[in-house]
Design a protein around this ligand. Structure first.
Ligand SMILES: Cc1ncc(COP(=O)(O)O)c(C=O)c1O
Ligand SMILES: N[C@@H](CCCC[NH3+])C(=O)O
Length: 432
């Protein structure tokens, strides 16, 4: 059983804290936002995003480095705009993400395109807008990309994603750097793939990349992957193919429930020391963080609809569900859940133990299990660490409209996405 967070502070989330009996994001009361905009409601702190970004920028101070925000973590336009305005590049994985990030004001030259299944149409779109680099994940993809580039009379800049066969020690669904994962080109095939890429008329080899998984909380897997990638850089360059940039992917974890991932700047100091030791310190470095830039910048507000005591379990039924917050159902993920306006006793050991569940018709529709809470119907709860992989993975299951979103900037609360109506969920369909 997990007790709820105390008002003394929410670990890892300095911009989300109680002031008196009110949970605040920066200077804005969450109870006010819930009343004004309804629930479920995602609320993000701009300052939290920028301070997470600053930790990476500190880690790379004095280096040639490009931070490409992995926008799959949260692809809401105003969130992308925060990072674009701060000079970030972006890691995209679909034509849709590319269109979004350009709409948010990104510089296409700072956009990279990852993913194992890029279509010809997506390649064409990306080449035509002039993205910085394709992270290619198979030899077959090299051939198709070269063909598409030649047909447009263009050259595609490519980096090959190498699968270093390193265990990121994370949930198996979000581990990507092991031999059994679909991602990247096997380490032992990489040199052959580079030679092939260098021989193709539509391609220009510019870099190497890897990404070993997500929610990584240890430094060692990064260091091991770095060693494997740098070994390859030596081999590829000895074959006469220069590598201009080295991209270490994303994956740094956040504190959901007492997790202690390394700080971004400390991690990068260690990785850069390795690069320096091999004489690669002056190369362009790229990284693709997603979760660590936005995860702890956001909360999801949800209202308690009903309390349902039971013989084996007490249920606290809320108005957010697995369509809004899919991580618990998909990965048994833990998110802290705290009251927006604590009742007397709600932050002590008092209270009842509940499973906090949504209205969707699946037993897997839970948001938190065995949580001790002092709540009543009508109370608003905040699901913490909801800035990453929540709204971007939300669905319309059970014909539920997606939640609204707010970006807080100091004392200002901007409505950045309106609540989707039930009508919006079927507006594109056609009766026959
Ligand atoms: C290629 C690639 N880069 C970057 C990321 C971002 O990962 P994270 O959000 O864990 O930083 C992912 C997702 O795991 C990814 O697949
Ligand atoms: N969706 C996953 C992360 C996937 C990372 C993308 N490769 C999560 O919520 O933890």
């Amino acid at each position: 059983m997990n007790a709820i967070a105390t008002p003394q502070g929410l670990p890892g989330q300095p911009h989300i804290a109680y002031q008196g009996d009110q949970l605040m994001v920066e200077c804005v009361r969450l109870s006010d936002l819930a009343r004004e905009h309804g629930t479920p409601l995602f609320v993000y702190s701009k300052a939290a995003m920028l301070s997470a970004l600053a930790a990476y920028q500190r880690g790379f101070a004095g280096r040639k480095a490009q931070i490409c925000y992995a926008m799959k973590a949260n692809s809401t336009l105003a969130v992308l705009q925060v990072f674009a305005d701060a000079g970030c590049g972006f890691d995209t994985v679909s034509g849709g993400e590319l269109a979004r990030v350009l709409a948010a004001g990104a510089d296409p030259a700072k956009v990279i395109f990852s993913g194992v299944g890029k279509t010809r149409a997506e390649m064409k779109q990306a080449l035509q807008v002039g993205i910085g680099c394709f992270n290619v994940e198979s030899e077959a993809e090299l051939d198709v990309l070269s063909e598409v580039a030649v047909s447009l009379n263009l050259k595609a800049s490519v980096s090959l994603r190498v699968n270093p066969n390193v265990d990121a020690k994370t949930h198996p669904y979000i581990s990507t750097g092991l031999k059994g994962n679909k991602f990247g080109i096997a380490h032992e095939d990489a040199l052959r793939a580079y030679r092939h890429a260098a021989s193709l008329p539509g391609l220009q080899v510019v870099g190497i990349d890897c990404h070993i998984g997500s929610q990584i909380t240890e430094t060692t897997p990064y260091l091991d992957a770095m060693d494997r990638v740098l070994d390859l850089v030596g081999e590829i360059e000895a074959a006469g193919i220069p590598i201009q940039h080295i991209d270490f992917g994303g994956g740094l974890g956040i504190n959901y429930n007492g997790d202690t991932p390394p700080e971004a700047d400390a991690l990068w100091a260690q990785l850069l020391a390795k690069l320096d030791a091999r004489g690669y310190g002056q190369r362009q470095i790229m990284i693709e963080p997603g979760r660590s830039l936005v995860g702890n910048a956001g909360v999801c507000l949800t209202e308690v609809l009903y309390l349902k005591p039971g013989e084996q379990k007490n249920f606290c039924i809320v108005d957010a569900a697995m369509n809004d917050l899919p991580r618990p159902a998909m990965y048994q993920a833990f998110h802290q859940i705290v009251p927006v306006t604590p009742r007397a006793g709600s932050v002590t050991a008092d209270g009842t133990v509940y499973d906090i569940v949504g209205p969707v018709c699946e037993s897997g529709d839970w948001i938190g299990k065995d949580r001790q809470l002092q709540v009543a119907a009508g109370d608003v709860l905040a699901v913490l660490s909801a800035g990453a992989y929540c709204m971007s993975m939300a669905s319309n299951y059970n014909t539920r409209g997606r939640a609204a979103e707010i970006l807080v900037d100091g004392t200002k609360a901007h409505l950045i996405r309106q609540r989707e109506s039930a009508f919006d969920t079927f507006a594109l369909e056609q009766l026959v």
